[in-house]
Design a protein around this ligand. Sequence first.
Ligand SMILES: Nc1ncnc2c1ncn2[C@@H]1O[C@H](COP(=O)(O)OP(=O)(O)O)[C@@H](O)[C@H]1O
Ligand SMILES: O=P(O)(O)OC[C@H](O)CO
Length: 495
Amino acid sequence: MAKYAAALDQGTTSTRFMIFDHHGQVVAMDQKEHEQIYPKPGWVEHNPLEIWERTQEVIEGALRKSGISPKEIAAVGITNQRETTLLWEKATGKPVYNAIVWQDTRTDKICNDLAAEGGQDRLRPKTGLPLATYFSGPKIRWILENVPGVRERAERGEILFGTMDTWIIWNLTGGVHVTDVTNASRTLLMNLQTLDWDDELLDLLGIPRAILPQIRSSSEVYGYARGALEGVPVAGDLGDQQAALFGQACYDPGEAKNTYGTGCFMLLNTGTTPVPSQSGLLTTLGYKIGNAPAVYALEGSIAITGALVQWLRDNLKMIENSRDIEGLARTVEDNGGIYFVPAFSGLFAPYWRSDARGIIVGLTRYINRGHIARAALEATAYQTREVLDAMNRDSGITLTALKVDGGMVYNQLLMQFQADILGVPVIRPKVAETTSLGAAYAAGLAVGFWETFDELRANWGKDTEWHPQMSPELREKLYAGWKKAVERTFGWVEG
Ligand SMILES: Nc1ncnc2c1ncn2[C@@H]1O[C@H](COP(=O)(O)OP(=O)(O)O)[C@@H](O)[C@H]1O
Ligand SMILES: O=P(O)(O)OC[C@H](O)CO
């Protein structure tokens, strides 16, 4: 009998393959970065062929390092950076253009034109999403309009669209063209109630149905892998933030997690009915396990958190490794009165302002590199506070603790400051690789490797908890400064 379940996590900066045992413990892993392509300010692309190569390499790498054979793997789940969009030729598998990444803002004009035609009022009630450059629909339209000949070929049925899950599954299985409800819910093309592509939305965005994958549940056998994983059922598919919700065992309405990676994404399980947001959150799919009813979530998406640390590392050369930011930030007592608002892709939740751009405010001659490092970390905590406040308002639920995961949660200074600024404890689980774990769980449930949510819940264990230590007065004073700084970013991009 198979002893393991596996997951392939195709993220914004890297692709990793992880193998878990029945207790949800990591037994093998391999990871590789891919190139970030910035052709113009505000544009971000990935090369889909490079990503498929990295995918194969990390699968082979983890199998080789661990000596595990595909026969020992019950199923593999796919999880992915969401919204990132690509179109490829059905006959050859050749992408017609690079993948346009979720952070890319080139569709600003498309979104503004759609908004002027009343698009917002037609899209939001059906999709739960604001009309923003973040989502796939406008990115598909941009490719159809800007890559010569693609629209005609798409209409003739020669072109396929996919988010990264679809691209990986298509390649891994040799031609199964599917996505799951969580990924489809990020396109502006899926109806939240019917869980199917919606003709009115397709018409509004000018997208031919023929290019779209079939929407399936997040946990079922879609096909069987070829190559290094020969014969392993491909049986889980979830957007990475939904996979983290699932891996953090947030199975009851009112349970939430926040993942700190390139960006930050807080998801709250709201049960089997979608809850509309009045406060700038997204109404999205949480997961759908086989034939069971779909579970919905409220989401607060923040575009730039860990990416700001990377930017200090790569563009300003202030640190050598991301983790070095903590030491640099600890060289000073506090932020010295500055705030760093990283509105590099505009601001996402709760503002959805594409006209905002990044700023550092409050600069004096007193400020040094340490203050900038500190302000950069604090920006993640303040942005999370804004999202948590919105979550409490929209759901009527007051979260009493926050489960966290992702690459930034090993930063002790950030986690303590986060608890201080939220005023609630922050809890990191023993297995912080919750995104991969969630995808492995979805796949394992589909083939009976795990059978109940209780089994999965039992695998969850607390590692570290940070308690608020800041006085409420200081907390609110600092937060008021942040809000003032955010106001200063608005309206920078005109027209
Ligand atoms: N110790 C740290 N302190 C602050 N940021 C960190 C630390 N370690 C990693 N990061 C940031 O976390 C991100 C990587 O986290 P990860 O969860 O792997 O992200 P993703 O899945 O978005 O690629 C990077 O943006 C990196 O700059
Ligand atoms: O790949 P990550 O972890 O940066 O996640 C990206 C999100 O899915 C974008 O919506």
